[in-house]
Structures are given as structure tokens and as C-alpha cells.
Ligand binder design. Structure first.
Ligand SMILES: [Zn+2]
Length: 345
């Protein structure tokens, strides 16, 4: 059941992911080894942190230091916090947020953080909890005032009703964590972040409120544009690789019929791939949406078997260089999607 994915990161460093956890159910095996690894990460981090800490100016100290697990919360936080905060994300938008290789630099970020924002719903369970513990930063421990789980403010889909078992694959037991792909949830995240920033820095409350109002105004305008672009294609059937898109599909009226993964988090199998080809032929489905960190071979093979098309759509800000904020994410995806939907029936 262990998953191995390998993909070079932007710096050309191979990120090998020998994943020994199912979301929500870490396996015992490997925990000793990872503890050792975190201890050595920590000592490296401490060595680097000491000179940094003494050099930090009082000016920088007056700004809130915010760390987010992925780039989507950091993009929204930057819009709300402006130049009165520092914000940085751990995972980058081109990485699979379920699997992130820990690095000493992540610990450094967490050690200095006043606030940690997470997507939650166990999206980050495979990598973030040990980093939080090892940071030894009391402000951001789970349950502390500087730990913010954004899922609590959003509409969550696909919450399993029965018991979740391993046979179901990597089912997220608390519901689907890819919720930021509905702009209404983006609005809720922005509001919650504004309130948290104001709570932590009351002297900047008016500044954050004004920027949040501006964010909402821009979002409302953008939504009109996105809804209009997608309106022509309501009810269109698509296949997606992973279950990253339920909130997006619900909001914009797409019908996600099946997945390239036979079960969430489980790599494609020949038998499921064949079923998909038959399904797509039977129902005339032409479009396969794939997140940028998955292998394209199976999707490409399926597409060529059915005369369809593979579209690499971004689930996150930072998925490509030119997508730097929450608005650009939807602009990019909806542009690609509508162009592809226009070409297929
Ligand atoms: Zn997922």
C-alpha cells in the first residue's frame, strides 16, 4: 500500500516519497527512522536559527510572522495582511500537498511563526505534525492561539458517513480537504484570516478589515466573470485524476464521473483504466483533468483510446510561475478549462 512517487522540485532536487502512511492512519514502520531524521533536522535548524535570531531587527519583529502549510492560504493571507505581515508557505503549489519531504528550512519557518494556518482535514497529516512538535514553538501547537485550521470555516464535501477502512484507499476521513477550490470558501477563509490577524495585532485591525473588504469586492467581481465563462458548460462530464475538484465542480456545475485513481491515493491499475476507457466511450466523455504532480502516462493512454484530451489543471496557487494569487488560480484554470470544453462536445 506504500506509495512511491518521485518528481523533481523546482531546484532540480529529486523529492522521493516513500510514503508509509495512509491519511489518518500513520503506519508504525518508519517512525523511529523519521524521529531520528527530525532530530537531526532540528539540530541543523537550531544552528542556523541562532545567528538569524540575534540579527533580527526590531522592525521585523513588529510584523506578524505567518506560516501556512500550502500556498493557497498564504496567497489569501498576503492579500489580507499586506505589508503589515510576513507570510510564507511550506509546501509549494506544484507539489502534492499530501506528501511533502521535510527540510530544515521548514523548521526554521515554524520556529519563528506567530501563526500557523493549515488546510486541515488531515491533508497534511503525513508530514506536518512532527514538524510542529519539533519546532517547539508553543504559539503554534495544535490547540494554541496561533494554530489555525481553516477547514473549520468552510463548506466541506464528501464527509464519509460509514466507517472508513483501508480498503477504501486514502479516503480523507473528515471530508475532502481540497475545499479552497470554491471561491465561496476562499471568501470564508479570507474573513476568518482577517479576524485572526486582528486578534493577534489589534493595532492593525482597521488595515486588515479594509483589505479584506477589498478582497471580497474583487472576488465578487471575478466570480461574475468565472460563472459567466463556465455557464455554457454546466453539467459537462469529466474525469479527474485525484478527488481534488469536488468543491470546484459543485460551484461551476461540472459533473465529475470517475477518477484515474481506482481509489483515492491509489495509483492507476490496468483493470480500472480499462473500465474508465469503456465508461468514457459509452458516455462520450472527452476530458481528463490531472493535477501537475501526477504521472501523465495513464491519463494520456486513456485520452488517446477515447479520442479525448488531458488537461493539467492547477489545484493550487504556485502550480506554475505565473499563478501567484487566489484570483490568478481560477483565471488560469477556467481559461484552460473553457478552451478545452469548447473544443469537445
Ligand atoms: Zn486528497
Amino acid at each position: 500500500m506504500a506509495r512511491i512517487r518521485s518528481k523533481p522540485d523546482a531546484a532540480g532536487m529529486p523529492i522521493s516519497r516513500t510514503q508509509a502512511t495512509l491519511e489518518g492512519r500513520p503506519l508504525i514502520q518508519g517512525s523511529l527512522c523519521s524521529m531520528k531524521r527530525f532530530q537531526s533536522l532540528l539540530s541543523v535548524a537550531v544552528l542556523i536559527a541562532i545567528p538569524l535570531g540575534t540579527a533580527r531587527s526590531s522592525l521585523a519583529a513588529s510584523k506578524l510572522n505567518i506560516v501556512t502549510s500550502t500556498q493557497d492560504p498564504s496567497a489569501i493571507t498576503r492579500d489580507i495582511g499586506g505589508d503589515h505581515i510576513n507570510v510564507d508557505s511550506i509546501a509549494k503549489g506544484y507539489q502534492d500537498p499530501h506528501f511533502v519531504e521535510p527540510k530544515p528550512s521548514f523548521l526554521l519557518k515554524l520556529m519563528k511563526a506567530d501563526l500557523l494556518e493549515v488546510v486541515g482535514l488531515e491533508l497534511e497529516i503525513g508530514w506536518l505534525p512532527p514538524l510542529i512538535t519539533q519546532s517547539r514553538n508553543a504559539k503554534i501547537q495544535v490547540g494554541a492561539n496561533g494554530y489555525m485550521d481553516l477547514s473549520r470555516f468552510c463548506e466541506i464535501l464528501e464527509i464519509p458517513t460509514g466507517q472508513v477502512t483501508r480498503a477504501m484507499g486514502d479516503v480523507h476521513p473528515l471530508g475532502n480537504p481540497h475545499y479552497w477550490l470554491d471561491p465561496e470558501n476562499g471568501r470564508r477563509m479570507a474573513k476568518a484570516i482577517q479576524q485572526k490577524l486582528a486578534e493577534l495585532h489589534p493595532e492593525d485591525a482597521a488595515y486588515f478589515a479594509q483589505r479584506e473588504a477589498d478582497f471580497e469586492r474583487r472576488l465578487t467581481d471575478s466570480e461574475k466573470r468565472w460563472d459567466a465563462a463556465m455557464a455554457l458548460y454546466r453539467g459537462r462530464k469529466v474525469i479527474t485524476y485525484h478527488r481534488s475538484w469536488p468543491n470546484f465542480a459543485k460551484r461551476f456545475g461540472l459533473d465529475v464521473v470517475d477518477y484515474v485513481e481506482p481509489k483515492p491515493g491509489i495509483p492507476p491499475t490496468p483493470s480500472h483504466t480499462l473500465e474508465l476507457i469503456n465508461l468514457m466511450k459509452r458516455e462520450g466523455i472527452k476530458l481528463i483533468l490531472v493535477e501537475p504532480y501526477f504521472d501523465l502516462r495513464t491519463p494520456n493512454a486513456i485520452a488517446s483510446a477515447v479520442g479525448g484530451q488531458v488537461l493539467v489543471l492547477l489545484p493550487s496557487v504556485g502550480g506554475v510561475k505565473e499563478v501567484n494569487d487566489y484570483f490568478q488560480l481560477f483565471d488560469y484554470d477556467i481559461n484552460l478549462l473553457t478552451a478545452a470544453l469548447a473544443k469537445t462536445k
